[in-house]
Design a protein around this ligand. Structure first.
Ligand code: FUB
Length: 442
């Protein structure tokens, strides 16, 4: 445990994180449960890996859990490995079955709920591991929760302190938990009144006295996110409809959670952005979510821009755009052999444009912009903040060779603005990132 803690600290110092969707790079993350503890958002995802064993080459493969945290939803700290399959006394240490987890806090202790395959058994049980820190490391109990067979645990701690466990296994189920949160206080109860079709990954929460049960649901080919509402945590639930349509990137699963942070609700979910050919290697995304006055949930359209404000002084990945012109823009991996390096945007023809919202230019006027770009024949970029043209960047012909170009910026305003980049002259200008600099910052 001690050496793992040391490695965790090292990893935390070198965590790769970014502002846009997907939010974590450098490793796969799936099945995100987001919780607010100690004023930060803590993210408890599964950790997909390309399988080291033949049996799981085409399937989900997870050996451990990492925990991440952020106080702005933009910069994420990786706290390293919080629990590993070989630490679970009842689990099969070679099953690579550390699927979708959850974590709740009660009386200053953190309870991490996780599914895993038992030694010598079949299917999945759900275990509990505890810590006095939201990021672990978590110490698993000797046995899984008795009477629960299944995956995808979610725990709702009601206002009166009563805990409820939701999980999937032959449909969605719920049971009351004892005060210790590690034993059932009632028999598992299947959740009724939900539409036909495969369902898993239940996530339950309370808002304004209403209980929401949200879940991935296969209405057609792959998972949508759907929800139902009730006046009680155990139902009966009324089905209300879809929160998110099935994935445009073809990811079959879409595990999720909803969380309110600093007055705004967010949907955490996953797509297979960094692994377009294999949808069992997924990556967590976030988009904003809102409720209608009657408490029903508005549909969330997945975006690349995601949420949070981007610091103008850090590389701005404009390929994670807010909007693009109808023609002349394409997005591709910078290096298809190293997908975690991210994407580039190509402005193919004059007038092509990309808008990236929510850039923080700070309180000191920026003086220059750096752009990592390349172009076979050269071109000129116009850069705007809001309606104001602030810079013109000449991109010399360089074939496929990236060059970091610097151009002066005239920007009167400070604070947050929307960035727009258009191709003024030339064709096929590729941009990896751009960032702004102040006199004291290079
Ligand atoms: O990550 C493995 C499984 O895929 C989860 O348990 C399901 O919810 C689905 O996302």
């Amino acid at each position: 445990m001690k050496s793992r803690l040391f490695i965790a600290c090292l990893l935390a110092a070198t965590a790769a994180a970014q502002a846009q969707n997907p939010i974590i790079s450098g490793q796969f993350t799936a099945d995100p449960t987001a919780r607010v503890f100690e004023g930060k958002v803590y993210l408890y995802p599964s950790h997909d890996i390309p399988s080291p064993i033949e049996r799981l080459k085409e399937w989900f493969c997870m050996a451990d859990y990492h925990v991440f945290s952020s106080d702005n939803l933009t910069d994420w700290t990786d706290h390293g490995v919080a629990l590993s399959q070989e630490d679970v006394p009842w689990g099969d240490p070679n099953s690579y079955s550390m699927w979708a987890p959850d974590c709740v806090c009660k009386d200053g202790n953190y309870y991490f709920f996780f599914p895993a395959s038992p030694q010598g058994g079949k299917g999945f049980n759900i275990g509990v591991a505890t810590s006095d820190k939201p990021y672990g490391p978590f110490k698993p109990l000797d046995k899984p929760i008795e009477g629960v067979n299944g995956i995808d645990p979610c725990v709702l701690l009601d206002k009166d302190g009563q805990g409820y466990l939701y999980w999937s296994g032959r449909g969605l189920n719920v049971a009351r938990l004892k005060d210790n949160l590690t034993e059932l206080a009632s028999a598992p109860q299947p959740i009724a009144n939900l539409p036909e079709g495969f369902k898993e990954g239940p996530f339950a929460f309370e808002r304004n006295g209403k209980y929401y049960l949200t879940f991935p649901w296969v209405q057609d080919k792959t998972e949508t996110l759907a929800y139902a509402m009730s006046d009680h945590p155990m139902g009966p639930f009324d089905f209300k409809g879809i929160i998110m349509k099935q994935s445009p990137t073809g990811c079959w699963t879409n595990h999720h959670s909803l969380v309110e942070y600093k007055g705004q609700w967010y949907l955490f979910y996953h797509h297979n952005d960094y692994s377009p050919e294999f949808d069992k290697n997924r990556s967590v995304r976030i988009d904003s979510l809102s409720f209608r006055p009657d408490g029903t949930i508005r549909e969330v359209i997945p975006t690349l821009r995601g949420v949070g404000i981007t610091d103008a002084r850090k590389p701005i990945q404009i390929d994670r755009y807010s909007s693009i012109s109808p023609e002349g823009v394409s997005i591709a991996f910078v290096n298809p052999a190293r997908k975690f390096d991210g994407w580039k945007v190509t402005l193919q023809s004059q007038g092509a444009e990309v808008t990236y919202n929510g850039v923080d230019f700070g309180q000191t006027a920026v003086k220059a912009v750096k752009v990592k770009a390349c172009s076979p024949e050269g071109g000129t970029l116009n850069i705007y903040v809001g309606k104001e043209k602030v810079a013109e960047v000449e991109v010399p012909a360089s074939g496929q060779t990236w060059q970091t170009l610097t151009a002066p910026v005239k920007l009167k305003r400070t604070g947050i603005g929307n960035l727009r980049v258009t191709l003024k002259r030339g064709k096929k200008v590729e941009i990896d990132w751009m960032r702004f600099i102040t006199p004291s910052h290079h």
